[in-house]
Design a protein. Sequence first.
Length: 502
Amino acid sequence: MSEEQLHDINQLMQVRLEKLAQLKEKNVNPFTYSFAREHFAQDIIQHYAEYENQQVSLAGRIMSLRRMGKAAFANVMDSSGRIQIYVRLDDVGEASYEVFKLLDIGDIIGVQGKVVKTHTGEITIHVSVLELLTKNIRPLPIVKEKEEDGKIITYDAFADTEARYRQRYVDLVVNRNVSDVFVKRAKIISGIRQYLDEKGFLEVETPVLQPIYGGATARPFTTHHNALNMKLYMRIADELYLKRLIVGGYDGVYEISKDFRNEGIDRTHNPEFTMMELYVAYKDYYYMMDLVEDMVTTIAQKALGTLKITYQGQEIDLTPPWKRITLFDAIKQHTGLDLYGKSTEELKEVAKRLHIEIESFWGSGKILDAIFGEKVEEFLIQPTFIIDYPVELSPLAKRHRNDPKLVERFEPFIAGREIGNSFSELNDPIDQRERFESQMALKDAGDDEAQMLDEDFLRALEYGMPPTAGLGMGIDRLIMLLTDSPSIRDVILFPTMRPEIK
């Protein structure tokens, strides 16, 4: 914000503080305790025939104001939308009208009055009782709108993305579509719970603070427990605790949780994010592919009413069945290179030829993943399951029943973006220990995202875990897709931000 803008805001705030003082001089409480609200703007507008000439009680924020001497029109916005009100001195009385004259855009008021239509046909509350509920001190960014061909066109909007994410409370007030995204988010998450509950899965809770982090390839956040004098990690995934519960005898468990990864921030990554993880006994990754198809399409149909959606201008059809293709076949399709069975050194040469930056300590799995990410992902617009990954890249997945160099793993991709990860889960404790040890060797070589060896989890596997299928799904990315949001910050109410520069 420029010094000139800051000066203007300070001046406006000073004017409002003076009005606040005047209200107090009139013995008006500018921050009241409650209001008997009984009606909402959109309900009145949508059911005007029922409300015509009826008394209503409504509360909301003044979003526009047109004074005409002894009368005025204003637009009031509540959680459902906007409605016009008409305030006249002769109807509300001199004392209330004197208070009304001290009001500004952004003030929160309560009104009672009769529902009518103006000469121009606009549904309006003709106010008989007006009460100031909260005085606005800091002016709102003014969002201007006009109607063209029956459509509302917004201009001069509160569009500074950093300010919007940092001051979400203002964003929600002045950008009406933002609130709709988060209402839809809540409904999508509720729909996932309902879907899984109806399938017989049990929702559980597992620790956020963990003595050993695991279940994913990522750097953790660390903290310290004073009473126990021990280092703890904020979870990067729920996997290892949920699989302990399968060992304990549950047939199917899931958790919708906040996970934390100490990594960069971009359009698809936020250090704090929402994950859904699901584990079911006696199933494999083929079962889970069918479940993902069914769950996503069920949720989309309920949330949007269609399986044919548009994401950032791309037409996408979610209708099953989704395409299934192996990782190596997808790479070959988009690069012309058959990389199956190539050594680490050979893959390093391929990456160099393809101008893909890699780290010297990377093994073949991470190099393949980098090649796939650079040369394939962006083309996976229609729903696609990428299946059968190299063992090194998937230390918690079961070896492929037909090829021990691979694991039974898939990732669903839509709109060029991975939205989940699933395995036939590794339940052989001897193989799991060897995989953990390989990961620790990578960590010693400099890979700070490699997984830790978890002795307690290995002990659980030694007691015996039945054949199990697991799934992790990024809720934020799914909501981005279903709300046509370009950035993960658009679907997280309070995303992680750099410190504000004063």
